[in-house]
Design a protein around this ligand. Structure first.
Ligand code: MRU
Length: 357
């Protein structure tokens, strides 16, 4: 998608390095960063220069290609794979991508391993782009249906950033919105700020602005009253891990939005590529929920009047804070799962049927 009118993907390989957009600097600085080693890739995932489930997967895949470039020894690749999987716990795409790479690389001669790794990493990214585009085509039908009844702007609420910056391109939750916009359907997006890291405000609103899609940032607590007032036609969110029973793990606060949507009969959809489905874990309690530094709560970052990036403390310095990054929305609150293959009910039966499992 576009930044200042120029088309980008979030990750690509060029001149023996992996290039990423450093998302910790957005929206105030647009910086393309080079990852030269597998440790650079691990660090980029840990400090969230890249984030969002599908992009973490794509970065891990390219991380293993960087490992192969450094040292084609199978022990080094294996160790790198383990470190990559540990770099962030909740998004299943990370393990999915690493497992796929390791499977592809097993038995390959050391003189060919780099080429095979680079091809597979590109394949994983190209596939994600295609799947996200298909999610958009499938999700567009939902927006079209609302528009055909309402005949006025469709108001969509989203949480966190499940936009193109979280994927390789298109995004998951935003892809139906981009497709609706391209078709000329008037859409307006309520963007949850998404404390504490503000991915909604800093990333979703930023990317929608760049694509000239009307959007309004709201505090995370505002969605409920907007739904009561009839100002939300539809919620679409992303996910970091969806169980085969349809339980959806996503950015903290998603569950509360789903409860409010349920109480107000607002459709609540989750958009995801199949790489985000965890077919193994059966109970949501077994999903590893990332707990991040409390400094993300106690400090905020922004630009001052001289356009300098500054970080300031906003809490009493003696206060304790707790920062769980994800929650789980039970399947019963999910209207449907928008996937690359079509829209599924949030149930084992429906998902298994769609994916021939
Ligand atoms: O902590 P983040 O910024 O990586 O969290 C991202 C989200 O929660 C997204 O909603 C999710 O990864 C889906 S991205 C298409």
């Amino acid at each position: 998608m576009r930044i200042e009118g120029k088309e980008y993907r979030t990750i690509w390989f060029e001149n023996n390095v992996v290039k990423i957009i450093d998302q910790t600097k957005l929206p105030h600085r647009f910086i393309i960063k080079e990852l030269k080693t597998v440790n650079d890739a691990i660090n980029a995932i840990k400090v969230m220069e890249v984030r969002g489930a599908p992009l973490i997967g794509g970065t891990a895949a390219y991380g293993l290609a960087l490992a192969a470039q450094e040292n084609s020894n199978s022990e080094f690749i294996k160790k790198s794979a383990e470190e990559l999987i540990k770099s962030r716990p909740t998004a299943i795409n990370l393990k999915w991508a690493v497992d796929r790479m390791i499977k592809k690389l097993s038995g390959i001669n050391s003189d060919q391993i780099l080429d095979v790794a680079l091809n597979e990493a590109k394949e994983i990214c190209d596939e994600d782009e295609k799947f996200c585009e298909n999610i958009g085509i499938n999700g567009l039908k939902i927006i079209e249906e609302i528009y055909s009844k309402k005949k006025d702007t469709v108001n969509i609420l989203t949480h966190c950033n499940a936009g193109w910056l979280a994927t390789i391109n298109w995004g998951t939750a935003t892809s139906p919105i981009y497709h609706a916009n391209k078709k000329g359907i008037p859409v307006h997006v309520w963007v949850d700020e998404t404390r504490p890291r503000n991915q909604g405000a800093n990333l979703t609103s930023y990317e929608l602005n760049e694509e000239e899609i009307p959007n309004t940032i709201i505090a995370d607590n505002t969605g409920g009253i907007l739904m009561q007032r009839g100002e939300v036609d539809l919620c679409i969110v992303g996910t970091d891990r969806t169980l085969s029973n349809g339980d959806v793990c996503n950015k903290i606060g998603t569950y509360l939005k789903a409860l409010a949507a349920h109480d107000n009969s607002v459709p609540f959809y989750v958009a995801l590529p199949s790489s985000t489905i965890d077919w193994d874990i059966k109970d949501a309690k077994d999903i590893p929920i990332e707990e991040r530094s409390s400094e993300e709560l106690s400090h905020v970052e922004g630009v001052d009047e001289n356009n300098e990036i500054k970080k300031i403390l906003i809490y009493p310095s003696k206060s304790k804070a707790m920062n769980l990054a994800f929650d789980v929305t039970p399947a019963k609150y999910v209207t449907g799962l928008i996937t690359e293959k079509g829209i599924s009910k949030a149930s084992t039966e429906s998902l298994k049927k769609l994916f021939n499992k």
